[in-house]
Design a binder for this molecule. Structure first.
Ligand code: NAP
Ligand code: MG
Length: 403
């Protein structure tokens, strides 16, 4: 069988530990036999990040700007223990943070739905994708402990030295204080990433804030989304048959729980942090969550939502058997290949990406899975496979679909 051709290279970002092991297996077994892979390879494994003083991470993000589509393996974010373990020159920043800062994107997380891994909320039959604004608010706040009576004010001093003041509270006793901010440009980028992604997925977009209480701060988010929607996206949404829907965050939470899923939920930074953990758990498994970073100018970086699965890696190093779920990492590849196919007009590449996803789903629904899924499945007598066996099982299913 002739291999599927590519035009533009994918930016390939290799990573660490067990996911680095999976990365090679996935490429060797599920990609290279079928696709004449063109990729520009960047090794974001911690050893090479250290050798390049993290330049490789920046280079990989710049390459993503150049080519438009990247696929990323999970990477270690170093802490003190990792600095020692890898004898690092410094405690490098999170690669995802560095890449996001260069691409200025929004992260969209969605669960992979299979029969037999049932969400706790029974009516969720379609995935719910969370889009989290990744700038500002409580994550870049200044805080104070107030020891006793006194007056707290917000003071803004403009470039000419003019002050605007707003009383926060006239303290009669000890308390706490917090000041936070956001930027119109960042909110606009967030809004455009969300509208573009909704058009891409042909799914409705929901957005919610606490604008009734926060009449300037949250209301600005609401207004910016509405303005951009009305001026730039309304016609495109109508043509695609999808809707943009704004509601109060309290109302959104109630509607999400009653819904059947199948939409994108844009969240402010804190809401997105909390709600994405809630959704990941409610949908069943962290190992079945996908993640894609979409920049406002339309660059895409696909990855799994989970980390490097360190505990499994140490077992692997000792020569012990592992049963690590590769599905979210496979979906990173399939997502990137489909996007590349779509941008380059290569239908067979897009089609291959879809079949690769179907092969994962069919294999699990056929009763063959890794241990993490076997522990929670509602299927009777699931067959628990080790890492290698499960990838081989997916390959058998894929060969059937390709025939
Ligand atoms: P993790 O790698 O997500 O794993 C946490 C636990 O979740 C695992 O020990 C395992 O549970 C389960 N799990 C996660 N993915 C799985 C899979 N594919 N198959 C089976 N089980 C899976 O989180 P971590 O151990 O806290 O972090 C390890 C490293 O990953 C850290 O250095 C962190 O910096 C990095 N990290 C990277 C990213 C990223 O690159 N996007 C994201 C998060 C964390 P059991 O052990 O119970 O089997
Ligand atoms: Mg969180």
């Amino acid at each position: 069988m002739a291999k599927i051709a590519m035009k533009t290279p994918l930016v390939e970002m290799d990573g660490d530990e067990m996911t680095r092991v999976l990365w090679k297996m996935i490429k060797d077994e599920l990609i290279l036999p079928y696709v004449d892979l063109k990729s520009e390879y960047y090794d974001l494994g911690l050893v090479h990040r250290n050798e390049t003083a993290d330049q490789v991470t920046k280079d990989s993000a710049e390459a993503t700007k150049k080519y438009g589509v990247a696929v990323k393996c999970a990477t270690i974010t170093p802490n003190a223990a990792r600095v020692k373990e890898y004898d690092l020159k410094e405690m490098y920043k999170s690669p995802n943070g560095t890449i996001r800062a260069i691409l200025d994107g929004t992260v969209f997380r969605a669960p992979i739905i299979v029969k037999g891994i049932e969400p706790y909320v029974k009516n969720w039959v379609k995935p719910i994708t969370i889009a989290r604004h990744a700038y500002g608010d409580v994550y870049k706040a200044s805080e104070m402990k107030i020891p006793g009576p006194g007056k707290a004010e917000l003071v803004f001093t403009d470039e000419n030295g003019n002050e605007t003041r707003e009383l926060i509270h006239d303290f009669k006793e000890a308390g706490v204080l917090q000041g936070m901010h956001n930027l119109e440009g960042s909110i606009e980028n967030f809004a455009r990433s969300c509208f573009n992604f909704a058009l891409d997925k042909k799914q409705d977009l929901w957005f919610a804030t606490k604008d009734t209480i926060s009449k300037k701060y949250d209301h600005t988010f609401k207004d910016i989304f509405q303005d951009i929607y009305d001026n730039e996206y309304k016609a495109k949404f109508e043509e695609a048959g999808i809707t943009y829907f704004y509601t109060l965050i309290d109302d959104a939470v109630a509607r999400v729980v009653r819904s059947e899923g199948g939409f994108i939920w844009a969240c402010k930074n804190y809401d997105g942090d909390v709600m994405s953990d809630m959704l990941a758990t409610a949908f069943g498994s962290l190992s079945m969550m996908t993640s894609v970073l979409v920049s406002p100018s339309g660059n895409y970086e696909y990855e799994a939502a989970h980390g490097t699965v360190q505990r499994h890696y140490y077992k692997y190093l000792k020569g012990e058997e592992t049963s690590t779920n590769p599905i979210a990492t496979i979906f990173a590849w399939s997502g990137a290949l489909q996007k590349r196919g779509e941008l380059d007009g290569l239908e067979s590449l897009t089609d291959f990406g879809k079949k690769l996803e179907q092969a994962c789903i069919d294999t699990v629904e056929g009763g063959e899975m890794t241990k993490d899924l076997a522990l929670i499945t509602t299927l009777e007598n699931p067959k628990t496979l080790n890492t290698e066996e499960f990838i081989a099982a997916i390959k058998r299913t894929l060969d059937g679909l390709m025939a």
